[in-house]
Ligand binder design. Structure first.
Ligand SMILES: [Zn+2]
Length: 317
């Protein structure tokens, strides 16, 4: 019996089909989603992928030498592989998705959100509401796929200031030339949602479905917002693009990025929100901090440090 089993096992191991399957499995990371409870709410972080960002050409207010040193403290280089994270808030009645990843705009680096959502038990058609932190390729790009709304039943909420800004090509003179592509991308990805009658705009501060509070974080874009959600005394703030490069912008919040429409305002907003996060001690869901991007901010001297959430399998039910 033992010999037969060994024989069968060796046949399976040498099978070309299995070898192909193993190679495929190694092409992608697992599992692509991560759960935590916030009071009674089920929170699922969902990965859209990662993109390597050349911080040496994108960050401002930092010398090349200082950038190199600062990244080295996190064992990284200025060519920073950066997570694109989205989040589901599930209260048992509504499934609310915050941000939609890059969709088709980043090639294979992004666009994995829908697959990972389905693996987490949330097929695209099960999403009731989409909340966008702002309009930018890696947050709103996945709101449509192949010219159709990616979440066919979901109403899509976004601050009106971002819709007015990015869907009006006349504003191209208000951004750096390197960011001009955002106008065409926004038109391409938001228009199918508008045509389907699914877009809803608000002006932060505003109360949104699920009792979620939107607060303005203008600067990065005119209509950038954070979303604050609470349950049983616990608070989670989903902050969009307060931080692009954690290794640099936590110790040096005055470092900005060329993606910022108004860098000066973006820096002031970052300083305000980092202080608030450290003072209040709430949970943070960060779009571009290493997946799952769930953790806390703490004061460190005059600056800040990121404390990743402790891994849990204890979900309380
Ligand atoms: Zn952005």
């Amino acid at each position: 019996m033992k010999i037969i089993l060994m024989l069968v096992a060796s046949l399976i191991i040498s099978s070309p089909a299995l070898a192909a399957e193993q190679a495929t499995a190694w092409d992608q990371q697992a599992p692509g989603y991560y759960r935590m409870m916030l009071g009674k709410l089920r929170i699922t972080a969902v990965s859209d992928g990662t993109v390597t960002v050349p911080l040496n050409t994108l960050l401002t207010n930092i010398s090349p030498e200082k950038l190199q040193q600062t990244m080295a403290r996190d064992a990284m280089t200025p060519q920073a592989e950066t997570s694109i994270n989205a989040y589901v808030i599930d209260d048992g009645k509504k499934r609310i998705l915050v941000d939609t990843g890059a969709g088709e705009l980043f090639g294979h680096n992004g666009g994995h959100l829908v697959t990972n959502l389905a693996a987490a038990g949330y097929p695209a058609e099960s999403i009731d509401v989409v909340l966008l932190t702002h309009i930018h390729a890696d947050h709103s790009g996945g709101v449509s796929l192949a010219g159709k709304p990616a979440f066919p039943k979901a109403k899509v909420y976004v601050d009106k200031r971002d819709v007015d800004f990015w869907l009006n090509p006349a504003n191209v003179r208000r951004v750096e030339a390197s960011q001009a592509h955002t106008f065409a991308e926004s038109e391409h990805t938001l228009r199918p949602v508008i045509s389907a009658g699914l877009l809803r705009t608000f002006l932060a501060p505003a109360m949104l479905p699920g009792g979620i509070q939107a607060e303005s974080t203008a600067g990065h874009t005119p209509g950038s917002v954070l979303y604050r959600v609470e349950s049983e005394g616990q608070t989670l703030v989903l902050w969009g693009d307060i931080i692009h490069a954690k290794a640099v912008q936590m110790p040096e919040p005055e470092v900005a990025i060329h993606f910022d429409v108004n860098q000066k305002q973006a820096i002031a907003t970052r300083e305000k929100i980092l202080k608030q996060a450290a003072d209040e001690g709430y949970w943070v869901a960060a779009a571009h901090i290493a997946f799952p991007g769930l953790g806390h901010v703490q004061h460190e001297g005059k600056a800040y440090r990121w404390v990743p959430g402790n891994y849990t399998t204890q979900l309380g039910h």
